[in-house]
Design a protein around this ligand. Structure first.
Ligand code: BTN
Length: 261
């Protein structure tokens, strides 16, 4: 249903996790759920979730803005505070984007694709983005915040976008429950964080199976720089292996697109 009010009880009934979402803050509005969890000096419990119906300063990767109509989509962030999760931060990105992709595939049979490092696309359009940030003390990470924006019931996206947006509503004809999507994403995210500790290869393999760019000629953009080459693979730490001529290098951030797009 695209009922305008988020039903926390319905969401809770479907939540099947041990630590993600046991502590939930449900906010009517906030600047940004990521900023909320990043800026407070509280000792957030591992897996604390902050959901907001409206973000007034939603943020995206690489200092971009994340726009989302109030009350129709999902904008939420999760605080991770257990150090054993921080061994491979980029893989947390993969766990998060794979959780969204598989939730949308399981619930609505959407033909989802993953774009490095963490966009979820349907038929080339962006349905979800993830912003991962961290707080460190010295060289040690003490808190990671994983923010999810999922376009659910929004049908129009005025404005300029790097990749055209879409939503579940635009791709699926049938009942849509934000509560069900959120619970499924959290259930899967917790499961995949477990893989990160015990079966990292399986997590990486599942992510790669949904990334259609591997092996393709791509363009990588960061700031004013553009590079052209081949997306060879992603390595065990989640970095992109990029071949230009005879040289292969590791890419840690940037925007990747198929050449010619
Ligand atoms: C991107 O694709 O650039 C990442 C978008 C991430 C958006 C989410 S919405 C919830 C959380 N709070 C924010 O300010 N950003 C993330």
């Amino acid at each position: 249903m695209s009922d305008i009010n988020f039903n926390l009880e319905e969401f809770n009934l479907q939540l099947d996790t041990h630590f993600i979402g046991t502590n939930i803050y449900f906010l009517d509005h906030v600047e940004s759920t990521n900023s909320y969890l990043m800026s407070r000096n509280e000792d957030f419990e591992n897996g604390t979730v902050v959901i907001a119906e409206t973000q007034t300063k939603g943020r995206g990767r690489l200092d971009r803005t994340w726009l989302s109509d109030p009350k129709v989509n999902l904008t939420f962030s999760i605080a991770l505070t257990k150090k054993d999760l921080f061994t491979s931060p980029a893989m947390i990105n993969f766990a998060a984007s794979l959780a969204v992709a598989n939730a949308l595939q399981n619930l609505f049979q959407l033909p989802v694709e993953l774009k490095w490092p963490n966009d979820v696309l349907v038929k080339g359009k962006k349905i979800s983005g993830i912003l991962m940030e961290s707080i460190s003390a010295g060289s040690e990470i003490t808190r990671m915040v994983v923010g999810f924006g999922i376009n659910v019931n929004q049908s129009n996206f005025p404005g300029k976008y790097l990749i055209l947006p879409t939503s579940v509503k635009n791709e699926y004809r049938g009942p849509i429950s934000r509560e069900r999507i959120l619970s499924e994403v959290l259930n899967l995210f917790e499961q995949y964080l477990g893989f990160l500790k015990f079966d990292k290869k399986m997590l990486l393999q599942s992510w790669k199976e949904k990334c259609r760019m591997i092996g393709e000629k791509v363009k990588i953009e960061s700031g004013d720089t553009q590079r052209f080459g081949v997306f060879v693979d992603v390595d065990e730490d989640g970095f992109l292996l990029f071949r230009e001529g005879a040289q292969t290098s590791k890419i840690t951030f940037g925007d990747v697109s198929l050449r010619g797009q």
